[in-house]
Design a protein around this ligand. Sequence first.
Ligand code: OMD
Ligand code: FE2
Length: 466
Amino acid sequence: METKNPITVTAAAGGNFENLEYLSGFGNHLSSEAIAGAIPQGQNSPLICPYGLYAEQISGTAFTAPRKHNLRSWLYRIKPSVTHEPFKPRVPGHGKLVTEFNQSNSSATPTQLRWKPVEIPEAPTDFIDGLYTVCGAGSSYLRHGYAIHMYTANKSMEKCAFCNADGDFLIVPQKGRLWITTECGKLQVVPGEIVVIPQGFRFVVDLPDGSSRGYVAEIFGTHFQLPDLGPIGANGLAASRDFLAPVAWFEQSSCPGYTIVQKFGGELFTAKQDFSPFNVVAWHGNYVPYKYDLSNFCPYNTVLFDHSDPSINTVLTAPTDKPGVALLDFVVFPPRWVVAEHTFRPPYYHRNCMSEFMGLIHGGYEAKADGFLPGGASLHSCMTPHGPDTKSYEATIALGNEAGPQKIADTMAFMFESCLIPRVCPWALECPCMDNDYYQCWIGLKSHFTCEASKEENVELLNGHN
Ligand SMILES: O=C(O)Cc1cc(O)ccc1O
Ligand SMILES: [Fe+2]
């Protein structure tokens, strides 16, 4: 084929992860060229693209989705993604990934669950093999639901790329950096940052630090958006400009036997091709991977009395069709000042129609003096009671009503909160890291009931009930 400005490039600048550049802005229509002039002007799909590239669209929403929700990008690549041998089931399979939760693969439990951090394996394990589903609800096939996974891994993916056809991954590394190569370019993600890889993008995870652990929320049938700020105003919480997308990066190497590992309905399939999938010379659009540094989160909270509901700390939300009801909220509990007067400052005791999965990136969590460790997790499902452990409760009461401003430092906990009730996978329930004594942390809560002023009235009242 005749090309305009033919050029031979083996690798564009930025082949490593030092000094990466990013494009800023959540949901923006972005564009990036590793070679100037590689994006066609005036149209998306000319008969012949600049440099003889193929134009390929990736759609994250139905073509017909309303404009304000519509997500798609155009990738200009050396060879189109379709240039591969047929998909085959991966052998050996994976076995610990679930995207359709039912009685055959997961259990219902209203019990408060907590896990200690899972050890990093000794056997060589990459990001794909290190991933396992803890719990979830709904179905990737029906495009409604979510899965919560965790990973423990120690080695970079080799000569293979991962592609998740089921949903978007929101990855929260807890230990070890992630060097992620995507079709849109490279992202370095360190613990304390998060990264979203939308459904369908091919990506490779390198682990420069070896030992790595983290959490993944996968959502089916929708995408993350920034929460509305309502009366907070035009600023606060996560700022659009702090979401960073990669700049175009490509390699033009011949790679015989390169494998695409496609997750489809929770099962893994492989397809061979003889080139790197990271052959996108330029791209434009609003459907892109992005990262966010949680230390940029600008928390709001009570400044006089009472404890604010955790929704005040929403970083990203994946909506359902019901206004205000999330398929999955990603909420953080960052370092902050607490100043409330005559108030029980830690999270209140509660039961929630939403289900709450929590993780801890570093430090401690204000409601759990003991036992909730960085890299660990907890699950309090729909209407399962929970709240501060005995030690946290007693320490709070000991501070008294006159407690001054306190800074909660060295902490970064988070919550995945969903309106769908998760079923829990068997390996998570049987895991040696399961904290079987979790319930004990509340058993010591004593009755402090005193009723001197109205003792007689109350005795009468109680007698009346007998
Ligand atoms: O259960 C938890 O620890 C999460 C949580 C935090 C908070 O500040 C208020 C409510 C809530 O569910
Ligand atoms: Fe809670």
